[in-house]
Every structure is written in structure tokens, then in C-alpha cells.
Design a protein around this ligand. Structure first.
Ligand SMILES: [Zn+2]
Length: 197
């Protein structure tokens, strides 16, 4: 069985990706980076819940003291971690609404894959399986694969329940609504209040 490491932020997209990799038959491990931002504490907790459903192999790396790490550096660090646990692939959950430069992301993934394969002396792949999926398609796929989105985390304001009004919560509400996917999130502020205020 091929072993894959999934970069799991604890948000809905990477949660769907964990289920996708499992469905594809990979021996899945997960990796969560604690970046020390406003979402981190709740996201580590979310990553724990999500991982437990699929795998006993969950890794947590504390990057709280390292400031302003770019996504490409995080992917590179994760790829290095994937090699350490002897994985054949690294998956991460970027989708087409996250970037205007899909070709650039593909090029980066291919270049990093080649570099690491050379270094490791084996075939290693860094892949973004959702790169050409829309946000709605990712959520729909996640729902189809029985992803429990209520365990995922987006809020920047609170750590016990989603506030319902920070920009991350507003985006979350919008994305689930646009995808037509049931949103079981426990919002502190009722959604109706948000929409009609
Ligand atoms: Zn919020």
C-alpha cells in the first residue's frame, strides 16, 4: 500500500482531502503545522478529531515561534517530513479558488517532487489533487466521502464555537451555502442574524 502524508490544517478543504486520500487507497498519515495564529489552537484540536476517523498516524509540528512562513515553505517542510516517515506522496488541499496561478503551483509541485526524488533516491510526489476543483466541488466531494465538516475549523475569533461573523466565518457560511452542502457548524451568532442584520 502506498503511503501518503496529508497536510491537514483542520479546515474543511484539507479534511475533505484526508477522506479523498483514504478513499484512493493510500495508507494515510496527517501533518498539522501549528502556526500560532488566531485559528491555531482550535485547528490543532480539529485536526486531531479529523485524523482519528481515518488514521492512527497523526503528526503535529509547532511553528509558533517562526513568523510569516509562506505556503510554499510549509509545503517544502511537509515534503521533508513525508520523507522522514517514508511516505511516497505528500498531498495538500489548495484548490482553484485559492490561487490565480495554477500553472505556477503545478510547476512548483513538479520541481519539488523531482528535487526530493533525487535527494531521496526514490520516486516521491508532491501533489495538490484539488488544484483544478472549485471550492464548491471540494465541499461536495467531501460531503460525498462522509467528511464530518462540523469538526473542521475556520473561525479567527473564538476557540469553543465559531463566532459566525469574522471574515473566516463569513467565508465559511458563504462557501457551504454556495456548494449546497449542509452546514452543521455551531455558530455562536445565529446565521439568520448575520444574513439579516
Ligand atoms: Zn468567526
Amino acid at each position: 500500500m502506498k503511503k501518503a502524508l496529508v497536510l491537514l490544517s483542520g479546515g474543511p478543504d484539507s479534511a475533505a482531502l484526508v477522506h479523498w486520500a483514504n478513499e484512493k487507497g493510500y495508507d494515510v498519515s496527517t501533518l498539522n503545522f501549528n502556526l500560532g495564529d488566531s485559528k491555531s489552537k482550535a485547528r490543532v484540536h480539529a485536526a486531531e478529531s479529523i485524523s482519528k476517523r481515518i488514521t492512527d498516524s497523526a503528526y503535529y509540528v509547532d511553528l509558533k515561534t517562526t513568523k510569516n512562513i509562506s505556503p510554499s515553505v510549509l509545503v517544502t517542510l511537509a515534503a521533508d517530513y513525508a520523507l522522514k516517515i517514508n511516505a511516497d506522496k505528500l498531498f495538500y488541499g489548495i484548490h482553484k479558488n485559492d490561487t490565480v496561478n495554477k500553472e505556477g503551483i503545478s510547476y512548483f509541485n513538479n520541481t519539488l517532487s523531482e528535487t526530493i526524488s533525487l535527494k531521496a533516491g526514490k520516486n516521491f510526489h508532491v501533489e495538490a489533487p484539488f488544484l483544478y476543483y472549485s471550492q464548491s466541488e471540494v465541499l461536495n466531494l467531501g460531503e460525498y466521502l462522509d467528511t464530518d465538516f462540523s469538526e473542521t475549523w475556520s473561525c479567527k475569533n473564538r476557540t469553543d464555537s465559531h463566532c459566525g461573523y469574522c471574515d473566516s466565518c463569513v467565508e465559511r457560511i458563504k462557501h457551504f451555502s454556495e456548494a449546497g452542502v449542509t452546514d452543521d457548524t455551531n455558530y455562536h451568532l445565529e446565521k439568520t442574524l448575520f444574513f439579516y442584520r
